[in-house]
Design a protein around this ligand. Structure first.
Ligand SMILES: Cc1cc2nc3c(=O)[nH]c(=O)nc-3n(C[C@H](O)[C@H](O)[C@H](O)COP(=O)(O)OP(=O)(O)OC[C@H]3O[C@@H](n4cnc5c(N)ncnc54)[C@H](O)[C@@H]3O)c2cc1C
Length: 467
């Protein structure tokens, strides 16, 4: 059952599991446990399920205002869709790929995102598509990496590691640009071992970032690095919630959780409209809200970092040439308000088919959500002009949607000393992105199912068939 308002009725003994948050992490846990026959209640403060996967409407077309694709380095999404029997079509983006816009002495240089890179670290710094971005002198500097000894002390920031070994051109134009775009933080505040443990292991084993990137890039599966869902990613949580509900999960939207309490023999979840008890509680909210609930604090003392994006419908014929392929990622040194642009109708066939002729849909993400820029047709026209090279006027912007996400940036690592029975799911526990969130949540559901089976007296073991 999916319903809005008032908390779900739970038996006097309480639910097996209460899930706080119906984003992808929470829904995956709820679905797998419901399918295993467990009593699951999901509560979400928002009126719609999906969390950071949300539908917006632009020029009459349904689009994504949150995640718009998933990494295909694992089959996490495909396996979930197949296992849960979701009526969704997985699709690949059109093949033209994305571009980079970098600051040069003469202004802006736009070039294709090099193919064989890992987190922007090139496998071959002298490949044409790399030289187009870092220049011949940047390539020569990076090629000499082997002369740089591997330091034995503590791991430096990703920026320092790359700048020291491959030079500042690679660090600034490729690695920092991608890090800010994909992980919403500068490379100077990230570590390779956290962002890409496999790449870090290869580096430690080989003593060379170039060789590590070559090894990883060679091992990567052929085809697009990301996939999507026909009609938009927002369909995934919607379909998953329906599948979970059809298997017995109770899903309540519009119910905010104030506190989670672990008493001597019960776990209590306090909501706006009453309290619930359960054997296990899974906190699957955004990272700042999860930290608040775990700390038992009344209100968040620190405002979480925000992500701001604007989606716009633009009527300009020159965009039909797809000047930056499926989109462009922007160097931090360029004086733009946007750090990335996705040309939605160039990237996804389903979006192009649904969009009126002559209209192009784009999505811009702001560098600094707090600055409050990127909200007007003037600002969108200016940014699109710089990033694509097509002179767009404010009058060409025929529709606009602004979306701000206030709890979307994963900062500190998840605590590993949670009270008994309380568990963390979603990006707060697994790291950003569906390729991390989904496998983590499925693993947690399997562990909870085993724990419940072990703790229940045999007379009360569930007998529901696993479908
Ligand atoms: C703009 C943007 C683009 C992205 N693009 C991609 C992409 O292309 N590919 C990709 O793989 N990932 C992408 N991501 C990341 C991805 O969306 C997230 O990592 C993932 O969706 C997080 O899922 P989650 O379950 O952790 O939490 P969320 O989706 O954040 O869901 C948390 C839920 O908890 C609810 N909640 C919060 N507090 C409470 C409370 N107190 N009581 C009850 N409910 C509460 C919220 O309403 C929300 O529904 C993107 C993220 C953003 C913001």
């Amino acid at each position: 059952m999916i319903a809005s308002g008032d908390v779900a009725p739970v038996s006097a003994a309480g639910a097996d599991v209460i899930v706080v948050g119906a984003g992808m992490g929470g829904l995956v846990v709820a679905h797998d446990l419901a399918r295993a026959g467990r009593d699951v209640v999901v509560v979400d403060a928002a009126e719609e399920v999906g969390g950071l996967l949300r539908r917006g409407t632009l020029a009459g077309v349904d689009i994504d205002l949150g995640a718009e694709s998933f990494a295909t380095r694992t089959d996490a999404v495909a396996a979930l869709v197949a296992d849960a029997g979701l009526p969704l079509e997985l699709v690949a983006p059109r093949p033209q790929g994305a571009w980079l816009a970098v600051a040069t002495d003469d202004g802006v240089r736009r070039a294709r995102l090099p193919r064989r890179t890992v987190l922007g670290i090139p496998a071959d710094p002298e490949a044409d598509d790399v030289v187009a971005i870092i220049g011949a002198d940047g390539a020569a500097r990076a090629r000499d990496e082997r002369r740089v000894p591997v330091a034995a002390d503590a791991e430096p920031s990703l920026y320092d590691l790359v700048a020291e070994r491959l030079g500042v051109r690679v660090a600034d134009r490729l690695v920092d640009t991608l890090c800010r775009s994909v992980y919403s933080r500068p490379a100077a505040e990230a570590r390779l071992s956290q962002l890409h443990p496999g790449m870090w292991r290869e580096f430690v084993a080989r003593g060379s970032l170039l060789e590590a990137a070559d090894a990883i890039a060679t091992g990567q599966r052929a085809g697009a690095a990301v996939g999507g869902i026909a009609g938009g990613m927002w369909r995934l949580p919607t379909a998953l919630a329906e599948a979970a509900a059809s298997r017995g999960a109770q899903i309540r939207t519009g119910v905010a959780v104030h506190a989670v309490r672990a008493d001597a023999d019960a776990l209590e979840v306090e909501t706006v409209s009453g309290s619930l008890s359960a054997r296990h509680v899974v906190i699957a909210t955004g990272p700042a809200e999860a930290a608040r609930l775990l700390a038992g604090a009344g209100a968040s003392t620190r405002s979480p970092a925000a992500v701001r994006l604007v989606a716009a419908a633009i009527a300009h014929p020159a965009l039909a040439a797809e000047p930056v392929g499926s989109g462009v990622i922007v160097d931090a040194a360029l004086p733009t308000a946007a750090k990335a642009l996705t040309h939605i109708t160039a990237k996804w066939d389903w979006a192009r088919a649904a969009t009126p002729d002559g209209i192009h849909l784009v999505r811009l993400s702001a560098r600094d959500a707090a600055a409050g820029t990127l909200a007007t047709a003037d600002e969108v026209a200016r940014e699109v002009s710089i990033l694509t090279g097509v002179e767009v006027a404010a009058a060409d912007v025929v529709d606009l949607v602004v979306q701000e996400w206030t709890d979307a940036v994963v900062g500190a690592a998840a605590p590993d000393d949670l009270p008994a029975g309380i568990h963390l799911a979603g990006a707060a526990a697994a790291g950003t992105g569906l390729a991390s969130v989904i496998p983590h949540a499925r693993d947690l559901a399997a562990r909870l199912d085993s724990a419940l089976a072990a703790s229940l007296p045999s007379s009360s073991l569930h007998t529901h068939p696993v479908s």
